[in-house]
Structures are given as C-alpha cells and as structure tokens.
Design a protein around this ligand. Structure first.
Ligand SMILES: *Cc1c(COP(=O)(O)O)cnc(C)c1O
Length: 401
C-alpha cells in the first residue's frame, strides 16, 4: 500500500479532533488515489513468490494472507473506530453478538465466573445465562445501580464483569467508573457493551473499562443496511486473546459491510447528536400525553440516575422508552395508528423505529426475567431517527390519542 498522498508524511491522526478522525481516520489509499475509501471485495491474496507466502505465514513479513485474518477495507474500518474510541486496538466482527461472544469466550474457560448487569440486551442475556454455562462458565446477575450487589458478586473465580449502559430497553445507567474499580480490585476484566451510548456519547475506557464492544449494525451503519460489530481493547489483548480465538472460529467482518460502516462513521457524530436532540424533545413531549404512564430518558429530571447519566454521557442517547396505560392491547393499538414511525426491533437508524420489547427483543428471556428488568406489557422502545421532529411528534400524539 502506498502512502496516502493526503497524509503528506506529517499527519498525526491521534492529535486530530473527533470529526476529523471520523472522516479521515484509517484512510489508506491505493496507488490509484481514490477519494473515497476503496472496497477490497476479496477473500484471498496472492504472493510474488513462495518465500513471501512462507514469511507472511510465519509472521515474519507484513501483509495480508486471507480475509478471515484481515482485509484492507476491514483494517480501515478498525483503524477509524480505534481512533474514535481512543483504544490501542480494534477487531471488526460479523455482528454485534459475535463481538460480545468473542470478547468473552476468547478469555474464559470452564470454572470461570462472570458478573453481569441484569438489564441486558436479549441475546447478551442468552450468552451469559444459557450458552456460556454449557461450557462450565458460571454467572451472577446484579441490579445495575446497586454497587453493593456488584461488590458482593465477585468471587476468586470471577474473570469478567459484563455490562450495558444505558441498558436495553430500560435505559438504566451503570456507574462505569465505580464498577470498573470494584472489578479491578478482584482482578476481573470489565467488558462494556456501548451500543446504546455510541462512541460519540460515552467512552468507557476513559472510565476504566478494559474492553468495549459495539454492534455496528446500529448507529455506526445507522441506515439499516449491514450487520457488523467491533471489539476495542489493548494491543496485547488483541494479539494474545482475540486473534487466536476469532481467526480460527471465523466471525469475520465482511469487507463490503466494513466499507458501508466506514462510510457510516463519517456521519456518525452528526447523526447521533441530531437524533439525541430530537429524542430529548420527544421524551419531554411524551411526558405530557395522557395515554402515557411514564417516560424513561436519561436526561429527564424524573430519571433515577440522571446525574450519573449527565456525568458519564455527552447526551441522553437516541432511544426513548415509555409505558402506555392499558398494557399490551393499548400499546399495540398505538403501534397500529403510527403513520411515519415504523414497527421494527432495529435501532440507531435514520428512520424512527419502535418496538414492543415484551413480545419481540425480550420475548425469549421469559416473563420472570422480564419482570426483574421492568419490561411490562405496556412498554414501548422508540429509536429516534433523523426525520423532522414535528412530524414525529404529531405521529406519536395522533397514535396515542
Ligand atoms: C443490537 C445489539 C447487540 C447485537 O448486535 P447485532 O449486530 O444485532 O448482533 C448487542 N448489544 C446491544 C445493546 C444491542 O442493541
């Protein structure tokens, strides 16, 4: 790969402001000098001679060998996200769930223990409570905000703390700094699912987290096109734990999806901040609607962890959760009446999307687990998009009246 001519040999991307990192971070131009990042849609690589092939396989020469191990477009995506997060290393994965599973499974073995927040995304809950236990890895779930519960849950076998803040769909906020401190006292690694906050609003590593995972499918693509994910860590963790596990088990990020997400990152900050501003206006308006029992949004004065949210995050996020009076029947009625906002379990999209968690994303975990997470039949989770806020407000008020 030739030097990017626009670098002119003097750029230091780590010193760039966030917006510049998002637009130019990781850019590595081919000899053709294309403006936009190139899409290298290839699985294999050829070598000038057998000696070069042997040297690359031996790890003695730089260069790609196979797309399951790495691809130039995937590398550009990883480098751009790495610079945004301020992490030492980034590993792109096929989906958010492969990032969650990979980050945990690469370092755990039978006999190990995980402490996790109870309020988790449905599939994260399945990994911790159903899949990893099959391999002899035990767990303890704790209430997000109760630091005493966190303290008591760690044992000598605890290797990892896993958490999500804000949580899906309850928007519970966890004190990342306090939990990281507790985990580190017990020699455990802190893995944060930062999907709801996005790297624009919250940087868990600056608060003590060791590993951050993303679903690129959500805000990073942000336009409903591709599945993808990423794990951010130290360079040592990537080399020693992630690479040996992920290269051989194969949840590789497709170069095409990496390219879409690389372009998504360019507008991530603009989109997320605009969506947050709209979400806050909508949360305030929903509070005044008669059909609405309660609204959850991290920056509302009524949110139980508002101060923590404002300390830890740049804005409240793009999701608003609210409770409709009258349970499932009234919630479904409201969904039926919407004319603009689509019914979809996806989130972080330019299009506003709404879902009924009890019957969709959190159906599988069962009624009992739903009750402990506060997921009732009247709960709706709204992902606020980029439409005119006035249109969204009238769509909601019509549907709820
Ligand atoms: C969507 C989501 C995931 C999983 O991401 P996929 O790309 O769908 O695999 C994990 N955690 C949270 C909080 C999510 O919202």
């Amino acid at each position: 790969m030739t030097k990017d001519s626009s670098d002119r040999g003097r750029a230091d991307p780590a010193a760039w402001g966030e917006a510049t990192r998002l637009v130019r971070g990781g850019l590595s131009r081919s000899p053709h000098g294309e403006t936009s990042e190139a899409l290298y849609l290839n699985s294999g690589f050829v070598y000038p001679d057998a000696e070069t092939a042997a040297a690359r396989f031996a790890g003695e020469a730089e260069g790609y060998v196979y797309a399951r191990y790495g691809n130039p477009t995937v590398t550009m995506f990883e480098e751009r996200l790495r610079l945004l997060e301020g992490a030492e290393a980034c590993y792109g994965t096929a989906s958010g769930m492969s990032a969650v599973f990979g980050a945990l499974a690469c370092q755990l073995r039978a006999g190990d223990h995980i402490v996790a927040s109870r309020a988790l995304f449905g599939s994260c809950y399945q990994i911790i409570t159903a899949i990893l236990p099959r391999f002899g890895i035990t767990y303890t779930l704790v209430d997000s905000g109760d630091l005493d519960q966190w303290r008591k849950a760690f044992t000598r076998q605890t290797k990892c703390a896993f958490l999500e803040s804000p949580s899906n769909p309850g928007l519970e906020i966890i004190d990342l700094e306090a939990v990281s401190h507790i985990a580190h006292e017990h020699g455990a690694m802190v893995v944060v699912d930062n999907v709801f906050a996005t790297p624009v609003l919250q940087k868990p590593m600056t608060l003590g987290a060791d590993i951050v995972v993303y679903s690129g499918t959500k805000h990073i693509d942000g336009q409903g096109r591709c599945l993808g994910g990423a794990i951010l860590s130290t360079a040592k963790f990537k080399e020693e734990q992630l690479k040996p596990f992920l290269r051989h088990t194969g949840p590789s990020l497709s170069p095409f999806n990496a390219w879409v997400m690389l372009k998504g990152l360019e507008t991530l900050k603009l989109r997320v901040l605009a969506q947050c501003a709209a979400a806050e206006r909508i949360a305030l308006a929903l509070q005044d609607m008669a059909a609405v029992e309660r609204v959850l949004y991290p920056t509302l004065p009524s949110h139980p962890q508002r101060d923590l949210a404002m300390r830890q995050m740049k804005a409240g996020g793009t999701l608003v959760t609210f409770f409709v009076k009258g349970g499932r029947a009234r919630a479904f009625d409201a969904l039926r009446q919407l004319r603009i906002i689509d019914i979809s379990n996806n989130l972080g999209d330019a299009k506003s999307l709404i879902t009924h968690p009890a019957s969709t994303t959190h159906r599988n975990i069962g009624e009992e687990a739903r009750a402990t997470m506060g997921i009732t039949e009247g709960m709706l989770r709204l992902s606020v998009g980029l439409e005119e806020v006035e249109d969204l407000l009238s769509d909601l008020s019509n549907a709820l009246s």
